[in-house]
Every structure is written in C-alpha cells, then in structure tokens.
Ligand binder design. Structure first.
Ligand SMILES: O=C(O)CCC(=O)C(=O)O
Length: 269
C-alpha cells in the first residue's frame, strides 16, 4: 500500500447497539476502538455505525441524546490524538438546544474535528421525522490530501446528495447505518450504485443485533470505484479491514470520463 499516494487502511466496526443504553454503548465502542487500534494491521481510518450512543430509543431521545455531542467528541478526539487514527464517529443522537440531530463527526489523526454532518433525509418508516431534526448542510471533509463525503443510512436512497459530494471532490463516501432486515438487497444495490455512478469508494458500516422488533443484518461493505465489493461483513459483530487506494478514483474517472460527459444543462423537461 502506498500511503504517500492515497493508500489508506480503513476499518468498519460492525457492532451491536443497545437501544436506550448510552453507558453500555460507550463502553462497547471504547473497547472496540482500542481493539481495532491495537490490531496487527492498524487502520488509518475507523468508522462506527449510525446512532451508536442511543440506538433508536426515539421516544426518550431528548433525554438520552448527547448535549452538543460533547461526550462523544471528547472521546473520539482523544482516541484519534492518542492512536493517530482518523475517527469517523458513526453518527450519534446529538442534542442542540431543544432539538435532536442524527450527527456524524470526522476527526483527523491529531484529534481535530475535520467535519460534521447531520442526516438530511429522515426515515419516516421509523418515524424519525417525529423525533429528530433534519440537517441542512452536506458533509464534506479533508481526509489526508483528499476530499471525503458523509451520508447516513436512508440518505443513500438519494443519489443527488452523493453526486453533489462527488462534484465537490469527494473520492470516498462514509456511510454509518442502522439498516434493518429485510432490505438487504436495497442496501447492497444502493451502495454499489453510489460507488459506480460516482466512481468513488464507499465505506459503509451497519450495526448488528436486535432492538425490540427490529433486526439488523450487519453486512457492512467496502466498495471500490469500479463497484467491486472489497469486503462485506456477515450478520455478527466484526471489524472489517481493507486497504484502499484513492489514486484509483482518478484512474477510473480517467478511463470512463463520466464527470466530463455529464450534460446537466439537458437534464430538465
Ligand atoms: O432506507 C431504508 O430502507 C432504511 C433506512 C434506515 O433504516 C434509516 O435511515 O435509519
């Protein structure tokens, strides 16, 4: 792996989340982060799943959410600073004034906040819109020398957002999720489509386990800009680690110049 030239080792922490139990979830995440950081193949970037602090305990989300994300940000910043690993902090329930957002943070190797993003598209099938506030700003951040995009779970059904991030320079898209059964086919197809159409890496981390009636299937995925699945999780907890090479994005975009061939001025009726 050529680290000078866009080589990065990424790890998705596919874990269980206890709905309504932030203490348990913080303990689990801290111990899995340490496990991943001390593995023989130490990653450069780690991503966690969606809403890992509270899960979907939506009826109590106001009292459970992390005020201003303070606790989460302190923990992740410390982790990144101590280990030199970029932390894509999944997303968490973050309380801001009287609203709760589903927010993800990206910390660089020095523990500085490089970017944050709050989920824009709230998933009505799980009544998110009744309990959460929607973000209004796309999430782009600098990862080493490149740009990276952030989307959360249901967001992947909206190709416009991924395209906006790609047009702004994103070469890799990070996607934390709590994507439940039975829509595995949608999850896989949408992630692969976002990678192919935008000729970018997609690193998606889904939770495992059961919460109430809802079962989550894991199947975290790391996909290259050709749409090839480099790694895919099973249904249990695991750490998925893969080397990616961001230089491949330029190569693929050069071979099939989709971004030069687009004709957005014609895409209207
Ligand atoms: O779009 C889907 O099928 C799942 C989305 C979801 O579970 C979420 O955004 O939390």
């Amino acid at each position: 792996m050529n680290k000078q030239n866009g080589g990065l080792r990424v790890a998705a922490l596919q874990i269980h989340v206890d709905a309504g139990e932030p203490e348990l979830n913080f303990q689990r995440v801290q111990s899995r982060l340490q496990e991943a950081a001390s593995a023989d193949i130490k990653p450069d970037v780690i991503i966690l799943p969606e809403m890992w602090n509270t899960g979907y305990a939506l009826d109590r989300i106001g009292e459970l959410a992390d005020p201003e994300g303070e606790r989460t940000r302190t923990m992740l910043a410390e982790f990144s600073r101590e280990t030199g690993i970029h932390a894509i902090g999944g997303s968490i329930a973050e309380k801001k004034q009287d609203k709760v957002f589903n927010t993800m943070y990206a910390f660089d190797r020095e523990g500085r906040l490089a970017g944050e993003y709050s989920k824009m598209h709230l998933f009505r099938l799980m009544q998110e819109e009744k309990h959460l506030a929607a973000g209004v700003q796309p999430g782009l951040f600098t990862l080493e020398e490149s740009q990276a995009g952030m989307m959360i779970c249901y967001d992947i059904r909206f190709p416009e957002l991924a395209r906006t991030l790609a047009l702004a320079g994103a070469k890799v898209l990070f996607v934390p999720a709590e994507w439940p059964k039975p829509r595995l086919h949608h999850w896989r197809s949408l992630l692969i489509a976002r990678a192919i159409e935008n000729q970018m890496y997609v690193v998606a981390c889904n939770r495992t386990g059961i919460s109430g009636e809802t079962e989550f299937f894991g199947h975290s995925m790391i996909i290259d800009p050709w749409g090839e699945v480099l790694a895919e999780g099973g249904e249990e907890e695991e750490i998925l680690t893969v080397d990616i090479d961001l230089a491949l994005v330029d190569e693929v975009r050069g071979r099939i110049p989709v971004f030069e061939d687009r004709r957005p001025q014609l895409y209207r009726l």
